[in-house]
Design a protein around this ligand. Sequence first.
Ligand code: GDP
Ligand code: MG
Length: 790
Amino acid sequence: MRLSELKIGEKAIVVKVLGRGAFRKRIIEMGFVRGQEVIAELNAPLRDPIKFKIMDYEVSLRRSEANLIEVVTEEEATSVITPTSHGTTAEESTHARAAEMRGKTINIALVGNPNCGKTSLFNIASGANEHVGNYSGVTVDAKAGHFDYKGYRINIFDLPGTYSLSTYTPEELYVRRYLNNEMPDVIINVVVASNIERNLYLTTELIDMDYSMVVALNMYDELEKSGTKLNYKLLGDMIGVPMIPTVSRSGKGIDELFDTVIDVYERRNKSVRHVHVNYGPAIEAAVNEIKEKLRTSKTALKYSPRYLALKMLEGDNEVMSMLSDNENFEELKSISSKLKAQIEDALHEDIEQAIANEKYGFISGALQETMQQGAEDSRNITRVIDSLVTNKVVGIPIFILLMFLMFEATFVLGSYPMEWIETGITLLSSWLHSIMTPGPLKDLLIDGILGGVGGVIVFLPNILILYLFISLMEDSGYMARAAFIMDKAMHKIGLHGKSFIPLVMGFGCNVPAIMATRTIESRSSRLITILINPFISCSARLPVYILFIGTFFPKHVGWAFLILYVAGIAVAFITARLLRRFYFKEDETPFVMELPPYRIPTIKATCRHMWSKAEQYLRKMGGIILVASVIVWALSYYPRPDIEGELTPQQATEQQANSYMGHIGRAISPILEPLGFNWKITIALISGTAAKELIVSTLGVLYAGGEEAPEALSAKLTQPNPATGSPDFTPLIAASFLIFVSLYVPCIASITAVAKEAGSWKWGVFSILYNTFVAWLCAFIVFQIGSIFI
Ligand code: GDP
Ligand code: MG
């Protein structure tokens, strides 16, 4: 608990002091160090200040100050530590040990530019499995992990990447609020060693905020390879923050990093001090004037008055609202805006620019003394490859070729393991057929579970191959180039290249893709990118495509795939244009498109990525798909007719048509009849709204019965329906069906993501209605026009 909550006469032991460096130092110097005993002498509710007794003398602290001191009371101590059985521990020492234990928990936040290796560091330190990618915006939420190290419990948080903390993007706001609310004990600022000048910008902002910090000079391997020499010890001493070289890909330097974190936490590190970046006489004078008025502010416990003054001069909204409950807020506001105008007049540039320039000046000064640039060979390789893949003429053809290769490989390479799994399931199913006595249990196992889950599980290899390609493109740095070359095309639909990465990610799964839009600064561009994302065919739709293309268009596999994907992309682009034209007024924020150096993807990261996808897929099989298959089976199996023994195919069809499912399907199917779909197809499409794989598993269940010899689903789809005498699917119906599936209502997870990221359920509902309408229209056109010719 916090010291401010301590009741009169109650005793507690100090665990740690939170807040910014200078505040912490002052409080610690007053005697509030770990293990010290404090007693509350005067603590009336709402009374300020509070009086405490520590080391036999009295101190009074403001309530807001006491609120930043973590303590353990005697009462709490027993819940922290259960007394050990050997030997009786005195009450006193249980209490002290509890404080010691609590004090040995260090909360660490990883802060750094996008793509600097935070997640790699997080994974290697905590043994987690988060997704790394070589472009900005992979991590969009804080991920928590923990591990034990040298007697400490380390809680580590991976935050989204940011270039600065000036509240322009959702990530920056997120990171700022996180640091402000959670108050981590130590920040690890991850810095790309080979691009240190740019990366240290964020470091200077953190220095201004006066956080306890260690810099991880990550990708040190690349710096060494380029021949650059960096005296990082001296640099760390100069800026008052210890620096440790790391290679978070291999784990080099990670132990030293956490040793240093512990040293900083325990205030043993000699490099640590609060350095002031000098902003020049005009700004400094203004800062001092505002600073004086901030001395008594509560906010100054978390941030230095200097930082708050700078941000007030910049007119930073977040800081303004943090200070708004100060009694002299109005005065502060008018002074700072007056000073801001004066400075801008004197310097002939706007103040944010001036502050940024001074920061860069500080950095280049520090690097001048500590760094010797080597020949940049790795940059050269990057330049050579870039001149090819971002080339005006061949760039886009190369991209299309890669995409085509990706889908071709997904189908062709995937078809071998797919056949093995298919054979396995057929064998299992005939074996069950031969050993089990007829009855509902047998039908449930063979038709319900094997028909449903088995029908979908065969596509696991295809999905893994697709993810292999996406993962390689992300990790190597190619994805960022793809975004770069698509920038111009994206401008045509009122978006920019940055929107392209979420779209390509959508080939894997729309949910993370929709979350990845958080890097897009402009709100309207972000909304449009979110809304068009579900039109990008995700891997869950792949089973439907493979099954139907393989069954009905085996001679034109590549083309059929291409048409489906392109149709989705075309609809997405048309939608974007329409939204831009009729709903969102034009707003273009210029932005930097990062081109990170190429990196050879590691086998480990790639395997990790694929394994986590496989795991996800298998979980889905065992969960929603299993349950849904059983439900679909039961609804189509009952009620049973009064017939002894096994049903003839004719009877089975009749039974199914009269089942509960048959009734539901026929009630709805008039809407879909103009597209050529019967009631079974309707049911499959409805269950597909929960997850797209369910389309195949539902068809698997509905088309399972009636056959003597079990065979693959594709064969069953082409057989004539005993009731009508012709097959339920013709190539034309299959085409209309494929188009419909590629466009219609997003799955529940995507709808939720759309609503959450767009900030309103209105957009979730829009997605449902609009996408289904578009799908219906396209399938209608395909089927009706096709019917004229066939
Ligand atoms: P984040 O955006 O900061 O979370 O960065 P990631 O952890 O996703 O890493 C970005 C890319 O840099 C990935 O391709 C990593 O494999 C690569 N990477 C991370 N750390 C290192 C390192 O120390 N050395 C090298 N050469 N590459 C690294
Ligand atoms: Mg990350």
